[in-house]
Write a protein that binds this ligand. Structure first.
Ligand code: MGD
Ligand code: MGD
Ligand code: SF4
Ligand code: MO
Length: 703
């Protein structure tokens, strides 16, 4: 339905918030065409009335005077408006010229693509015509370790095991902060309430994090861990399960392959050495193992803090093994595999690996992705295959990728740079053309990407709130326009323009549930298909049809971790600090700082540091600190807090709006600095190509 009439000139528009993975249900009251209030939808099947402050900023984006309404083209130092047709055909011609030389076209896809179901239907066709081999995207700054570990263990990259929090009795969160992020690879809106209910039924939440985060504060227990060393913690838990005789896979037993081989391999690890490496006491590790292995429904889950590190894939794999060993995979209250109407597991291949490699470093293609960390070098290093043309779709790698400052420089020298973005950002300012999509309230929405990650089986579709004018194009229309301009130049037949809603409708009709998109659209509160259900072994996509517990691909990193562990025991402690990231509920990566409503309050781009560490450096609260390493340096305000583990500092990412040329007038009042000027593009998680954004060595001093 949507659009319930309230009175003569007010309607209430029900929709899904598209900003983050929580996908909350919101109610927008519209009076005379203007959104006058944004509230949580109390009857929504998943979010139950919860929203965070970012939902209230959606109308700010829609109405933001800095938001581009027309395509623009760079003319020397300034920008001029250009028609869509001219922009598409000029870009197609310039692309063709690049393709005639030795340089190659490439793409960078950003995070908001995961919140736009419609572009999904036009992406493949566009990428084919643009002609890049492999893509660079936020996936290799984020969740690819999960995806490749899942492929190796369960047989498909989209088989996400989601903690079934609503029925769990013991949850361990390692390196995730859902109180700020609202959950990730885990669509779990109203997280705080769900934790309260878990605690009310006698359950416990434990958080392992180098910072006593907002999530740690509502947890029953919190333990510090040395950044970048969680591999030792996970191995330690496995060892402890073994020594306490708690390895009980239960009904999973018959589904396991490589199980004895895994345990044989773990023989050479020793709990006390593992504990010393990660800084979590052996008694704590034993307790975690005892609780996880107690037989009650339990789960361990790890997110950004354990993914964007050198052993990210190994970490995600070991987490699976802990949940397998304790019988908690595919179990109510453990981790479960959601059933989505648009099912990526049935609709696409299991995921590719190593079909080709990056030109300079030879990093393997992983699921069609190349490491975003290598993008700058691939643009600047001359030779056959150098990137000469780049299209950035809904991304801001200058602030988001490691060594982002080098990406900014590299973009300047491209033969063709196109940004599909509604703002002139730190990235799009380097473009030759900026193609802005329509405002967020002019898009419809379907929970395409997050249904497979949700704590309940459900679907939700919402209509656009505002129509598009003749010159407004949605992202999918921009992709369609570009694709056809390239096709026309090639003498190929243009693609028909089919509404994504129709394609989605067809796909949903094909699902075994037998519901139509029109039916789903009538459900303002989401179309509920009930709690998650066990799906193994039927769902497994491995060749042997079992859970692979000792994948060949994992083994080199297990060896490498073991060597690193041995080396760390012989090395003296140096004076370096370890830098970790942080998110705040009023920010979203790099692009919500232009909403005055959201940025009000204290400065959030600060360096958090423990009082003891600050004392050694002679740093006082509010002092300017210089943080530097071989990659770069930033100067930033100090915030002293015992939330931090001593020896660790935290700086949020997504700030650094001070570049001349950026047009984000509100964000620029308090630009902050980019922590990715310090992160190192030279180190990646070898198995997945993911960037290392946490646990970065830096030096700190008073300015
Ligand atoms: N140090 C450090 N770095 C990090 C992280 C970290 O934890 N620490 N996190 C990483 C993670 S998890 C991610 S996902 C990445 C994000 O990295 P990116 O995706 O590269 O960056 P975003 O900040 O999400 O930028 C999104 C851009 O898309 C534009 N945009 C917003 N909505 C739309 C839309 O509907 N259509 C179009 N065309 N454009 C739109 C915005 O204006 C903005 O310029 O950052 C990563 N970087
Ligand atoms: N408000 C808000 N919400 C967001 C976003 C946002 O920018 N703002 N971004 C969205 C996106 S794109 C994503 S991917 C998700 C991310 O969702 P989360 O992963 O839940 O969010 P983070 O805040 O990055 O949490 C990472 C945690 O890991 C800790 N950490 C850092 N290093 C280590 C380590 O070595 N070991 C351990 N154990 N912990 C470590 C950090 O202190 C932090 O608490 O959030 C999404 N939601
Ligand atoms: S948590 Fe906030 S930003 Fe995320 S979907 Fe819900 S309201 Fe939107
Ligand atoms: Mo992300």
């Amino acid at each position: 339905m949507t659009n319930a009439q309230k009175n003569a000139n007010e309607i209430i528009h029900a929709r899904t918030c598209h900003i983050c993975e929580a996908n909350c249900g919101v109610l927008m009251t519209v009076r005379d065409g203007e959104v006058i209030s944004v509230k949580g939808n109390p009857d929504h099947v998943l979010s139950e009335g919860y929203i965070c402050p970012k939902a209230t900023a959606i109308p700010d984006i829609q109405n933001d005077p800095d938001r581009l309404r027309k395509p623009i083209k760079k003319n020397g130092e300034s920008w001029e408006e250009i028609s869509w047709e001219a922009a598409f055909s000029e870009i197609a011609e310039k692309l063709a010229r690049v393709k005639m030389g030795v340089k190659v076209p490439s793409v960078y896809l950003g995070n908001p693509n995961a919140h736009n179901y419609a572009t999904n239907f036009y992406m493949r066709g566009f990428l084919k015509m643009w002609g890049s081999q492999g893509i660079y995207s936020a996936t290799t700054l984020d969740q690819i370790p999960h995806m490749i570990a899942q492929k190796w263990v369960y047989g498909h990259n989209a088989m996400y095991p989601v903690p079934d929090i609503d029925r769990s009795e013991y949850l361990v969160i390692v390196g995730g902060n859902p109180m700020a992020s609202n959950g990730s690879i885990w669509t779990v809106p109203n997280f705080k309430k769900r934790v309260q209910r878990l605690q009310e039924r006698g359950g416990k939440l434990v958080v392992i994090d180098p910072r006593r985060t907002e999530t740690a504060k509502i947890a029953d227990e919190h333990h510090f861990v040395r950044p970048g060393t969680d591999t030792a913690l996970f191995l330690g838990i496995l060892k402890s399960l073994q020594s306490q005789d708690l390895i009980k896979p239960g009904r999973l037993e018959d589904m396991l392959a490589g199980w004895p081989e895994l345990w044989a391999r773990l023989d050479s690890f020793d709990l006390s050495a593992l504990s010393a490496h990660c800084g979590v006491a052996p008694s704590v590790i034993d307790e975690l193992a005892r609780e996880l292995g107690s037989g009650k429904p339990a789960a361990i889950y790890g997110r950004m803090g354990v993914s964007v590190v050198r052993f990210g894939t190994l970490n995600q794999y070991l987490i699976q093994m802990i949940n397998v060993a304790t019988g908690n995979v595919d179990r109510e209250g453990g981790t479960m595999f959601p059933a989505a109407l648009f099912d990526p597991v049935e609709r696409s291949g299991t995921g590719s690996y190593g079909r080709y490699a990056t030109r300079l470093k030879g990093s393997p293609e992983v699921l069609g992705e190349l490491p975003a960390a290598e993008l700058a070098a691939e643009m600047t290093t001359p030779g056959d295959g150098q990137i000469g043309a780049l299209v950035v779709l809904a991304g801001n790698p200058v602030l988001s990728a490691p060594g982002g400052q080098h990406i900014g420089k590299a973009l300047e020298d491209l033969e063709l740079m196109v940004s599909i973005d509604m703002y002139v950002t730190e990235t799009s300012m380097h473009a030759d053309y900026i193609l802005p999509p329509c405002g967020p309230l002019q898009n419809d929405h379907y929970n395409l990407f997050f249904a497979p990650l949700s704590v309940r089986n459900y679907a939700s579709y919402s209509e656009a709130l505002y129509p598009k004018s003749e010159t407004d194009l949605a992202d999918w229309e921009i992709l369609h326009g570009l694709t056809n301009a390239i096709k026309t130049l090639d003498g190929a037949k243009p693609d028909p323009k089919v509404e994504p809603r129709l394609m989605l409708g067809e796909a949903i009709k094909a699902s075994p549930v037998g519901v139509t998109l029109d039916e789903i659209a009538k459900h303002d509160n989401g179309y509920d298909m009930g709690p998650l259900k066990p799906r193994l072994p039927g769902r497994l996509k491995t060749e042997h049809g079992k859970i692979e517990c000792y994948p060949v691909a994992i083994r080199p990193d297990l060896d490498e971790f073991e060597s690193a562990l041995a080396a760390s025991m012989n090395s003296a402690n140096d004076n370096n600090f370890l830098l970790i990231g942080r998110r705040h509920v009023r920010s979203n990566n790099s692009w919500l700082h232009n909403s005055r409503r959201l940025i009000k309050g204290p400065n959030r781009c600060t360096m958090m540091i423990h009082p003891d560490s600050a004392g050694v450096l002679g740093l006082g609260d509010g002092d300017m600190a210089r943080v530097h390493n071989a990659i770069g340096e930033v100067e930033i305000v100090t915030e002293i807090t015992d939330e931090m583990m001593p020896g660790v500092i935290s700086i949020p990412h997504g700030f650094g709006h001070g570049h001349k040329g950026v047009k984000l007038s509100v964000a620029q009042e308090r630009p902050g600095v980019s922590c990715n000027d310090l992160t190192d593009p030279g180190i990646i998680d070898k198995l997945s190509g993911n960037a290392v954004l946490n646990g970065v060595p830096v030096s700190v001093e008073r300015v």
